[in-house]
Design a protein around this ligand. Sequence first.
Ligand SMILES: Nc1ncnc2c1ncn2[C@@H]1O[C@H](COP(=O)(O)OP(=O)(O)O)[C@@H](O)[C@H]1O
Ligand SMILES: [Mg+2]
Length: 221
Amino acid sequence: MPTIVIASPKGGAGKSTTAVILGTEFAHAGAPVTMMDCDPNGSLTLWSERGAVPKGMAVLSGIKEGEIIRAIKSHDQDGRIVIVDLEGVASRLVSRAISQADLVVIPMRATTLDATVGVRALELIAEEAEALDRNIPHAVAFTMTRAIQSKAHKGIMSSLKGQGVDIIEPDLMERAAFAALFEFGGGLRDMPAQGSHDAAVANAQQFARAVFDRLTGEDSA
Ligand SMILES: Nc1ncnc2c1ncn2[C@@H]1O[C@H](COP(=O)(O)OP(=O)(O)O)[C@@H](O)[C@H]1O
Ligand SMILES: [Mg+2]
C-alpha cells in the first residue's frame, strides 16, 4: 500500500499538520495508517501523546537514516497507508524517504520566502527521481491559506502551475482547529469545536480525498 512522504526544507511550512490531517482523515475513513515520525523534534510523537490516536493507527517514533527504508518496506504491506513526517531540512534521511514514496506532498505557505525555499523540495525530488530512474509523483499543498487570497498567493500558484507542478485542491486553510490538533491530540472530530469547526472538518476531508485520488491514479483535477 502507498507511502506518502511529507517533505519541505522549510520549517513551519505545515508538514506535521498536513501529516496529522491526512493520517486522521484516512483512519476516520477506515484505513489502517502507520505514521512515521522522522523529525528529531518529534512533532508527531508529541501529538500522539496528547490524546488517543485513532483506531488502527500506529505511530513510530525517532526513525533514523539507517532504518527508514526498512521501516517503510515492512509497513507499507497489509493494506496500510504509511505517512512519513520529516524535519524541515535537506538530508540523507529526507532523500531516502523520498526514494520510497508513492507520493510526496510538499506543504507550502504561499509567501514569496516560503515558496522560494519550498521549491528546493521539488529539486530534491527531481534529483532522487534521476538517481533512481523512476518517476516520483509529487504535489504541492498550500497551507495556512487565508479566505482572501493575496496577490503573492495567486502569483506563486500560477508560476508553479506554469511549470507543470501538481497543486492539491483544496488548499489547507488557516484554521484554529488545525492549530489545535497539537494541543488536543487525536483528530478534528475528537476535539472541542474550535472556530469554524465544521468548515475545518470539511476542508480536511476534501484535502485527504484529493490526496487519496492521486494514490489511486484518479485524476481529481
Ligand atoms: N492550516 C493551518 N491552520 C492553522 N495553523 C496551522 C496550519 N498549519 C500549520 N499551522 C501551525 O503552524 C505551525 C507550524 O506548522 P507545522 O505543521 O508544525 O509545520 P512544520 O512541520 O512544517 O514545521 C504550528 O504551530 C501549526 O499548529
Ligand atoms: Mg514538523
